[in-house]
Design a protein around this ligand. Structure first.
Ligand code: NDP
Ligand code: MG
Length: 390
Protein backbone atom coordinates (compact mmCIF):
# COMPACT_ATOMS: atom_id res chain seq x y z
CA UNK A 1 0.00 0.00 0.00
CA UNK A 2 1.26 3.50 -0.88
CA UNK A 3 1.71 6.08 1.89
CA UNK A 4 -1.19 8.53 2.45
CA UNK A 5 -1.19 11.75 0.40
CA UNK A 6 -1.43 15.07 2.21
CA UNK A 7 -4.12 17.32 0.73
CA UNK A 8 -5.11 20.96 1.17
CA UNK A 9 -8.50 22.08 -0.15
CA UNK A 10 -8.83 25.77 -1.03
CA UNK A 11 -12.57 26.52 -0.97
CA UNK A 12 -13.58 23.36 0.92
CA UNK A 13 -17.10 24.66 1.69
CA UNK A 14 -18.12 25.12 -1.97
CA UNK A 15 -19.65 22.67 -4.42
CA UNK A 16 -16.30 21.23 -5.61
CA UNK A 17 -14.85 21.62 -2.10
CA UNK A 18 -17.54 19.58 -0.36
CA UNK A 19 -17.32 16.86 -3.02
CA UNK A 20 -13.54 16.79 -2.51
CA UNK A 21 -14.09 16.43 1.24
CA UNK A 22 -16.54 13.63 0.44
CA UNK A 23 -13.81 11.79 -1.53
CA UNK A 24 -11.30 12.36 1.29
CA UNK A 25 -13.70 11.00 3.91
CA UNK A 26 -14.64 7.95 1.78
CA UNK A 27 -10.96 6.95 1.62
CA UNK A 28 -9.75 8.21 5.02
CA UNK A 29 -6.79 5.81 5.12
CA UNK A 30 -5.37 7.18 1.83
CA UNK A 31 -5.34 10.87 2.69
CA UNK A 32 -4.06 13.22 5.39
CA UNK A 33 -6.02 16.48 5.36
CA UNK A 34 -3.69 19.43 5.82
CA UNK A 35 -5.69 22.69 5.44
CA UNK A 36 -9.32 23.42 4.66
CA UNK A 37 -10.25 26.99 3.71
CA UNK A 38 -13.33 29.15 3.17
CA UNK A 39 -14.48 32.73 2.77
CA UNK A 40 -17.33 33.14 5.30
CA UNK A 41 -19.26 29.85 5.64
CA UNK A 42 -17.55 28.88 8.91
CA UNK A 43 -20.48 26.81 10.20
CA UNK A 44 -19.88 24.44 7.29
CA UNK A 45 -16.13 24.61 7.85
CA UNK A 46 -16.56 23.75 11.55
CA UNK A 47 -18.64 20.72 10.58
CA UNK A 48 -15.90 19.59 8.16
CA UNK A 49 -13.29 20.09 10.88
CA UNK A 50 -15.21 17.81 13.24
CA UNK A 51 -15.70 15.23 10.49
CA UNK A 52 -12.30 14.96 8.80
CA UNK A 53 -9.95 16.64 11.30
CA UNK A 54 -7.65 18.79 9.16
CA UNK A 55 -4.36 19.95 10.65
CA UNK A 56 -5.32 23.61 10.10
CA UNK A 57 -7.81 26.00 8.50
CA UNK A 58 -7.66 29.37 6.74
CA UNK A 59 -10.55 31.85 6.58
CA UNK A 60 -10.72 34.89 4.32
CA UNK A 61 -12.98 37.28 6.28
CA UNK A 62 -12.04 38.48 9.74
CA UNK A 63 -15.54 38.31 11.30
CA UNK A 64 -15.85 34.73 10.08
CA UNK A 65 -12.40 33.91 11.44
CA UNK A 66 -13.50 35.16 14.89
CA UNK A 67 -16.72 33.18 14.66
CA UNK A 68 -14.79 29.99 13.84
CA UNK A 69 -12.88 30.42 17.11
CA UNK A 70 -16.22 30.46 18.96
CA UNK A 71 -17.52 27.46 17.02
CA UNK A 72 -14.39 25.33 17.54
CA UNK A 73 -12.78 26.52 20.81
CA UNK A 74 -10.93 23.20 21.19
CA UNK A 75 -9.35 23.21 17.72
CA UNK A 76 -5.61 23.28 18.39
CA UNK A 77 -4.29 23.60 14.80
CA UNK A 78 -3.41 26.88 13.10
CA UNK A 79 -6.39 29.12 12.19
CA UNK A 80 -5.01 31.38 9.47
CA UNK A 81 -6.62 34.65 8.35
CA UNK A 82 -7.10 36.56 5.10
CA UNK A 83 -5.51 36.16 1.69
CA UNK A 84 -2.14 35.79 3.41
CA UNK A 85 -3.49 32.86 5.41
CA UNK A 86 -4.92 31.25 2.27
CA UNK A 87 -1.53 31.60 0.58
CA UNK A 88 0.24 30.08 3.59
CA UNK A 89 -2.11 27.07 3.46
CA UNK A 90 -1.67 26.77 -0.32
CA UNK A 91 2.13 26.88 -0.15
CA UNK A 92 2.48 24.70 2.99
CA UNK A 93 5.51 22.40 2.71
CA UNK A 94 3.57 19.27 3.72
CA UNK A 95 1.08 19.50 0.81
CA UNK A 96 1.29 16.68 -1.74
CA UNK A 97 -1.77 17.98 -3.62
CA UNK A 98 -3.59 21.32 -3.41
CA UNK A 99 -7.20 21.30 -4.63
CA UNK A 100 -7.82 24.81 -5.96
CA UNK A 101 -11.62 25.10 -5.66
CA UNK A 102 -12.22 28.75 -4.80
CA UNK A 103 -14.55 30.55 -7.17
CA UNK A 104 -13.59 33.39 -9.51
CA UNK A 105 -10.61 35.71 -9.45
CA UNK A 106 -10.28 35.23 -5.66
CA UNK A 107 -8.38 32.01 -6.46
CA UNK A 108 -5.60 33.64 -8.50
CA UNK A 109 -3.19 34.70 -5.74
CA UNK A 110 -3.58 31.56 -3.51
CA UNK A 111 -3.23 29.28 -6.56
CA UNK A 112 -0.09 31.15 -7.54
CA UNK A 113 1.24 30.57 -4.00
CA UNK A 114 0.75 26.80 -4.50
CA UNK A 115 2.46 27.02 -7.90
CA UNK A 116 5.44 28.88 -6.46
CA UNK A 117 5.77 26.15 -3.83
CA UNK A 118 6.08 23.65 -6.71
CA UNK A 119 3.04 21.61 -5.64
CA UNK A 120 0.75 19.30 -7.59
CA UNK A 121 -2.47 21.30 -8.03
CA UNK A 122 -5.91 19.96 -8.84
CA UNK A 123 -7.27 22.98 -10.67
CA UNK A 124 -11.03 23.51 -10.53
CA UNK A 125 -10.71 27.31 -10.32
CA UNK A 126 -10.79 27.93 -14.09
CA UNK A 127 -10.97 31.73 -13.71
CA UNK A 128 -7.32 31.52 -12.65
CA UNK A 129 -6.35 30.28 -16.12
CA UNK A 130 -8.83 32.58 -17.85
CA UNK A 131 -7.39 35.68 -16.14
CA UNK A 132 -3.73 34.75 -16.09
CA UNK A 133 -3.20 31.53 -18.06
CA UNK A 134 0.09 32.62 -19.58
CA UNK A 135 1.53 33.72 -16.22
CA UNK A 136 0.23 30.69 -14.30
CA UNK A 137 1.51 28.11 -16.78
CA UNK A 138 4.90 29.85 -17.14
CA UNK A 139 5.23 29.91 -13.34
CA UNK A 140 4.25 26.22 -13.14
CA UNK A 141 7.08 25.40 -15.55
CA UNK A 142 9.54 27.61 -13.69
CA UNK A 143 8.71 26.25 -10.21
CA UNK A 144 8.12 22.62 -11.21
CA UNK A 145 4.43 22.68 -10.26
CA UNK A 146 1.92 20.38 -11.98
CA UNK A 147 -1.58 21.57 -12.91
CA UNK A 148 -4.10 18.73 -13.14
CA UNK A 149 -7.51 19.38 -14.65
CA UNK A 150 -10.57 18.97 -12.41
CA UNK A 151 -13.17 20.41 -14.78
CA UNK A 152 -15.01 17.39 -16.20
CA UNK A 153 -14.26 18.33 -19.83
CA UNK A 154 -10.55 18.78 -19.20
CA UNK A 155 -10.36 15.65 -17.08
CA UNK A 156 -11.96 13.85 -20.05
CA UNK A 157 -9.32 15.26 -22.41
CA UNK A 158 -6.56 14.26 -19.98
CA UNK A 159 -7.96 10.73 -19.76
CA UNK A 160 -8.22 10.51 -23.58
CA UNK A 161 -4.58 11.60 -23.94
CA UNK A 162 -3.14 8.88 -21.70
CA UNK A 163 -0.82 6.69 -23.80
CA UNK A 164 -0.94 9.04 -26.82
CA UNK A 165 1.83 11.11 -28.37
CA UNK A 166 1.28 14.87 -28.23
CA UNK A 167 2.13 15.26 -31.90
CA UNK A 168 -0.73 12.90 -32.80
CA UNK A 169 -3.41 15.17 -31.33
CA UNK A 170 -5.40 17.14 -33.90
CA UNK A 171 -8.34 18.73 -32.07
CA UNK A 172 -10.20 18.81 -28.79
CA UNK A 173 -13.98 18.58 -28.96
CA UNK A 174 -15.39 20.03 -25.76
CA UNK A 175 -18.97 19.03 -25.00
CA UNK A 176 -21.54 21.45 -23.55
CA UNK A 177 -24.92 20.55 -22.11
CA UNK A 178 -26.28 23.76 -23.65
CA UNK A 179 -27.67 24.81 -20.26
CA UNK A 180 -31.31 25.44 -19.34
CA UNK A 181 -31.93 27.85 -22.27
CA UNK A 182 -30.52 25.73 -25.09
CA UNK A 183 -33.69 25.93 -27.16
CA UNK A 184 -34.84 29.48 -26.22
CA UNK A 185 -35.08 32.12 -28.94
CA UNK A 186 -33.45 35.52 -28.55
CA UNK A 187 -36.62 37.24 -27.33
CA UNK A 188 -37.24 34.67 -24.60
CA UNK A 189 -33.59 34.88 -23.51
CA UNK A 190 -34.04 38.59 -22.73
CA UNK A 191 -36.75 37.74 -20.21
CA UNK A 192 -35.24 34.81 -18.26
CA UNK A 193 -34.80 35.16 -14.50
CA UNK A 194 -32.02 34.11 -12.13
CA UNK A 195 -34.29 31.44 -10.61
CA UNK A 196 -34.75 29.88 -14.08
CA UNK A 197 -31.04 30.12 -14.85
CA UNK A 198 -30.14 28.43 -11.55
CA UNK A 199 -32.03 25.27 -12.56
CA UNK A 200 -29.32 23.49 -14.55
CA UNK A 201 -30.58 20.35 -16.32
CA UNK A 202 -27.66 18.00 -15.50
CA UNK A 203 -25.30 19.46 -12.91
CA UNK A 204 -25.64 20.85 -9.37
CA UNK A 205 -22.94 23.50 -8.92
CA UNK A 206 -22.17 26.81 -7.22
CA UNK A 207 -24.35 29.77 -8.28
CA UNK A 208 -21.70 31.60 -10.32
CA UNK A 209 -20.77 28.68 -12.58
CA UNK A 210 -24.44 27.75 -12.97
CA UNK A 211 -25.13 31.18 -14.49
CA UNK A 212 -21.95 30.88 -16.59
CA UNK A 213 -23.32 27.56 -17.89
CA UNK A 214 -26.60 29.22 -18.86
CA UNK A 215 -24.83 32.00 -20.86
CA UNK A 216 -22.24 29.53 -22.27
CA UNK A 217 -19.54 31.76 -20.76
CA UNK A 218 -18.53 28.65 -18.84
CA UNK A 219 -17.92 26.83 -22.14
CA UNK A 220 -15.99 29.80 -23.46
CA UNK A 221 -13.87 29.81 -20.31
CA UNK A 222 -13.31 26.09 -20.79
CA UNK A 223 -11.90 26.74 -24.28
CA UNK A 224 -9.44 29.19 -22.70
CA UNK A 225 -8.72 26.72 -19.89
CA UNK A 226 -7.98 23.95 -22.44
CA UNK A 227 -5.66 26.25 -24.36
CA UNK A 228 -3.55 26.84 -21.26
CA UNK A 229 -3.74 23.38 -19.66
CA UNK A 230 -2.86 21.50 -22.84
CA UNK A 231 -1.15 24.13 -25.01
CA UNK A 232 -3.35 23.79 -28.10
CA UNK A 233 -4.37 26.87 -30.15
CA UNK A 234 -8.01 27.98 -30.15
CA UNK A 235 -8.36 27.02 -33.85
CA UNK A 236 -8.02 23.39 -32.76
CA UNK A 237 -10.50 23.56 -29.87
CA UNK A 238 -14.15 23.03 -30.85
CA UNK A 239 -17.36 23.04 -28.84
CA UNK A 240 -20.34 20.77 -29.50
CA UNK A 241 -23.63 20.77 -27.61
CA UNK A 242 -24.48 17.36 -26.14
CA UNK A 243 -27.55 17.74 -23.92
CA UNK A 244 -27.23 14.38 -22.09
CA UNK A 245 -23.78 15.23 -20.58
CA UNK A 246 -22.63 11.61 -20.89
CA UNK A 247 -19.62 12.26 -23.14
CA UNK A 248 -17.53 14.68 -21.09
CA UNK A 249 -15.27 15.64 -24.04
CA UNK A 250 -13.30 14.11 -26.91
CA UNK A 251 -9.87 14.16 -28.52
CA UNK A 252 -9.49 13.72 -32.28
CA UNK A 253 -6.16 12.40 -33.57
CA UNK A 254 -4.27 12.94 -36.85
CA UNK A 255 -5.68 9.73 -38.34
CA UNK A 256 -9.28 10.87 -37.79
CA UNK A 257 -9.80 8.54 -34.82
CA UNK A 258 -11.74 10.12 -31.96
CA UNK A 259 -11.60 9.08 -28.30
CA UNK A 260 -14.43 10.08 -25.96
CA UNK A 261 -14.50 9.83 -22.17
CA UNK A 262 -17.94 8.92 -20.82
CA UNK A 263 -19.78 8.39 -17.57
CA UNK A 264 -22.72 9.66 -15.56
CA UNK A 265 -22.56 13.41 -14.90
CA UNK A 266 -20.80 13.64 -11.53
CA UNK A 267 -17.81 15.71 -10.45
CA UNK A 268 -16.70 12.96 -8.04
CA UNK A 269 -14.89 11.13 -10.87
CA UNK A 270 -12.78 14.05 -12.14
CA UNK A 271 -12.11 15.23 -8.57
CA UNK A 272 -10.84 11.81 -7.51
CA UNK A 273 -8.89 11.36 -10.76
CA UNK A 274 -7.07 14.66 -10.09
CA UNK A 275 -6.13 13.41 -6.62
CA UNK A 276 -4.89 10.00 -7.81
CA UNK A 277 -3.60 10.82 -11.33
CA UNK A 278 -2.18 8.96 -13.18
CA UNK A 279 -3.55 6.06 -11.10
CA UNK A 280 -7.22 5.21 -10.62
CA UNK A 281 -8.93 4.17 -7.39
CA UNK A 282 -12.28 2.43 -6.87
CA UNK A 283 -15.29 4.77 -6.57
CA UNK A 284 -18.71 3.72 -5.37
CA UNK A 285 -21.09 5.71 -7.61
CA UNK A 286 -23.94 4.58 -9.89
CA UNK A 287 -22.72 3.18 -13.23
CA UNK A 288 -23.72 4.47 -16.65
CA UNK A 289 -26.66 2.57 -18.18
CA UNK A 290 -26.61 3.32 -21.91
CA UNK A 291 -29.73 1.31 -22.68
CA UNK A 292 -31.79 3.46 -20.33
CA UNK A 293 -30.18 6.68 -21.65
CA UNK A 294 -31.21 5.53 -25.14
CA UNK A 295 -29.73 8.23 -27.37
CA UNK A 296 -26.76 10.56 -27.30
CA UNK A 297 -27.40 13.66 -29.40
CA UNK A 298 -25.27 16.53 -30.66
CA UNK A 299 -25.84 19.99 -32.13
CA UNK A 300 -23.68 23.00 -32.87
CA UNK A 301 -23.34 25.79 -30.32
CA UNK A 302 -25.09 29.01 -31.35
CA UNK A 303 -22.71 31.91 -30.79
CA UNK A 304 -25.36 34.46 -31.74
CA UNK A 305 -27.87 33.57 -29.07
CA UNK A 306 -24.99 32.89 -26.68
CA UNK A 307 -22.50 35.69 -27.48
CA UNK A 308 -20.37 34.89 -24.40
CA UNK A 309 -18.95 31.87 -26.24
CA UNK A 310 -17.75 34.05 -29.12
CA UNK A 311 -16.41 36.67 -26.68
CA UNK A 312 -14.26 33.99 -25.05
CA UNK A 313 -12.70 32.96 -28.39
CA UNK A 314 -12.12 36.65 -29.19
CA UNK A 315 -10.30 37.47 -25.95
CA UNK A 316 -8.27 34.26 -26.16
CA UNK A 317 -7.12 35.15 -29.68
CA UNK A 318 -6.37 38.72 -28.65
CA UNK A 319 -4.15 37.61 -25.72
CA UNK A 320 -2.59 39.92 -23.10
CA UNK A 321 -5.00 41.23 -20.47
CA UNK A 322 -8.20 40.91 -22.59
CA UNK A 323 -9.43 37.67 -21.01
CA UNK A 324 -8.79 39.07 -17.52
CA UNK A 325 -11.02 42.05 -18.35
CA UNK A 326 -13.76 39.75 -19.71
CA UNK A 327 -13.57 37.55 -16.61
CA UNK A 328 -13.85 40.52 -14.22
CA UNK A 329 -16.78 42.04 -16.14
CA UNK A 330 -18.49 38.65 -16.19
CA UNK A 331 -18.12 38.21 -12.41
CA UNK A 332 -19.66 41.63 -11.78
CA UNK A 333 -22.48 41.08 -14.31
CA UNK A 334 -23.31 37.60 -13.00
CA UNK A 335 -23.55 38.94 -9.43
CA UNK A 336 -25.84 41.76 -10.64
CA UNK A 337 -28.00 39.27 -12.56
CA UNK A 338 -28.26 36.99 -9.52
CA UNK A 339 -29.40 40.03 -7.50
CA UNK A 340 -32.07 40.81 -10.10
CA UNK A 341 -30.40 44.14 -10.94
CA UNK A 342 -29.74 43.42 -14.64
CA UNK A 343 -31.19 41.12 -17.30
CA UNK A 344 -29.72 37.90 -18.71
CA UNK A 345 -28.63 39.41 -22.03
CA UNK A 346 -27.06 42.35 -20.15
CA UNK A 347 -24.32 39.91 -19.08
CA UNK A 348 -22.66 39.63 -22.54
CA UNK A 349 -23.42 43.32 -23.16
CA UNK A 350 -21.60 44.30 -19.95
CA UNK A 351 -18.57 42.20 -20.95
CA UNK A 352 -18.45 43.75 -24.46
CA UNK A 353 -18.81 47.30 -23.14
CA UNK A 354 -16.12 46.78 -20.50
CA UNK A 355 -13.78 45.26 -23.11
CA UNK A 356 -14.46 48.17 -25.42
CA UNK A 357 -13.73 50.74 -22.72
CA UNK A 358 -10.63 49.28 -21.03
CA UNK A 359 -7.05 49.66 -22.14
CA UNK A 360 -5.09 46.48 -22.75
CA UNK A 361 -1.66 45.27 -21.72
CA UNK A 362 0.08 42.95 -24.18
CA UNK A 363 2.43 41.35 -21.62
CA UNK A 364 0.94 41.82 -18.13
CA UNK A 365 2.68 40.73 -14.92
CA UNK A 366 0.69 39.17 -12.07
CA UNK A 367 0.52 42.60 -10.40
CA UNK A 368 -0.80 44.07 -13.68
CA UNK A 369 -3.45 41.34 -13.79
CA UNK A 370 -4.56 42.12 -10.22
CA UNK A 371 -4.79 45.84 -11.10
CA UNK A 372 -6.59 45.11 -14.40
CA UNK A 373 -9.13 42.92 -12.61
CA UNK A 374 -9.86 45.71 -10.09
CA UNK A 375 -10.17 48.40 -12.79
CA UNK A 376 -12.43 46.24 -14.98
CA UNK A 377 -14.63 45.49 -11.96
CA UNK A 378 -15.00 49.22 -11.25
CA UNK A 379 -16.03 49.91 -14.83
CA UNK A 380 -18.43 46.95 -15.02
CA UNK A 381 -19.99 47.89 -11.67
CA UNK A 382 -20.70 51.43 -12.90
CA UNK A 383 -22.09 50.02 -16.14
CA UNK A 384 -24.45 47.67 -14.26
CA UNK A 385 -25.70 50.47 -12.00
CA UNK A 386 -26.40 52.64 -15.08
CA UNK A 387 -28.44 49.73 -16.52
CA UNK A 388 -30.28 49.33 -13.24
CA UNK A 389 -31.37 52.96 -13.19
CA UNK A 390 -32.34 53.27 -16.85
P1 NDP B 1 -18.86 27.65 -4.84
O1 NDP B 1 -19.37 29.02 -4.92
O2 NDP B 1 -19.80 26.54 -4.53
O3 NDP B 1 -17.66 27.58 -3.76
C1 NDP B 1 -16.62 28.51 -3.76
C2 NDP B 1 -15.65 28.26 -2.62
O4 NDP B 1 -14.68 29.32 -2.62
C3 NDP B 1 -16.29 28.28 -1.24
O5 NDP B 1 -15.54 27.46 -0.38
C4 NDP B 1 -16.14 29.75 -0.85
O6 NDP B 1 -16.17 29.97 0.57
C5 NDP B 1 -14.77 30.05 -1.39
N1 NDP B 1 -14.60 31.47 -1.70
C6 NDP B 1 -15.43 32.26 -2.45
N2 NDP B 1 -14.96 33.52 -2.51
C7 NDP B 1 -13.84 33.54 -1.77
C8 NDP B 1 -12.91 34.56 -1.42
N3 NDP B 1 -13.03 35.83 -1.84
N4 NDP B 1 -11.86 34.23 -0.64
C9 NDP B 1 -11.71 32.95 -0.20
N5 NDP B 1 -12.54 31.94 -0.49
C10 NDP B 1 -13.60 32.23 -1.27
O7 NDP B 1 -18.11 27.37 -6.23
P2 NDP B 1 -17.95 25.98 -7.02
O8 NDP B 1 -17.46 24.92 -6.11
O9 NDP B 1 -19.15 25.75 -7.86
O10 NDP B 1 -16.80 26.36 -8.04
C11 NDP B 1 -15.45 26.46 -7.64
C12 NDP B 1 -14.57 26.55 -8.91
O11 NDP B 1 -14.67 25.30 -9.60
C13 NDP B 1 -15.04 27.62 -9.89
O12 NDP B 1 -13.93 28.19 -10.50
C14 NDP B 1 -15.86 26.83 -10.92
O13 NDP B 1 -15.83 27.43 -12.20
C15 NDP B 1 -15.10 25.51 -10.94
N6 NDP B 1 -15.90 24.35 -11.34
C16 NDP B 1 -17.01 24.00 -10.61
C17 NDP B 1 -17.79 22.92 -10.96
C18 NDP B 1 -18.94 22.48 -10.11
O14 NDP B 1 -19.52 21.42 -10.37
N7 NDP B 1 -19.33 23.23 -9.10
C19 NDP B 1 -17.47 22.12 -12.17
C20 NDP B 1 -16.27 22.54 -12.84
C21 NDP B 1 -15.54 23.62 -12.43
P3 NDP B 1 -17.59 30.22 1.35
O15 NDP B 1 -18.26 28.87 1.30
O16 NDP B 1 -17.18 30.62 2.71
O17 NDP B 1 -18.31 31.26 0.57
MG1 MG C 1 -16.94 21.92 -17.01
Amino acid sequence: MTSPRTITVLGSTGSIGTQTVDILSRHGERYVVNFLTCNTRVDDLAEQVRRIRPRGVAIREEWAWKRFRELCPDFTGPVLLGEEGLCEAAAHADNDVVMSAMVGFSGVVPTMAAIRAGHVIGLANKETLVSAGDIMTAAARAYGATLIAVDSEHSAILQCMVGERRADIETFIITASGGPFRSYDMESLHGVTAAQALRHPNWSMGAKITIDSATLMNKGFEVIEARWLFDLPSSRIDVVVHPQSIIHSMVQFIDGSVKAQMGIPTMLVPIQYALTYPAREPLDIPRMDLASIGALTFESADRERFPCLQLAYDVLDEGGSAACIANAANEVAVAAFLDGRIGFMDIPACISTTLHHMERLAHPSLDDIVATDAAARRYATEHCSRLQHR
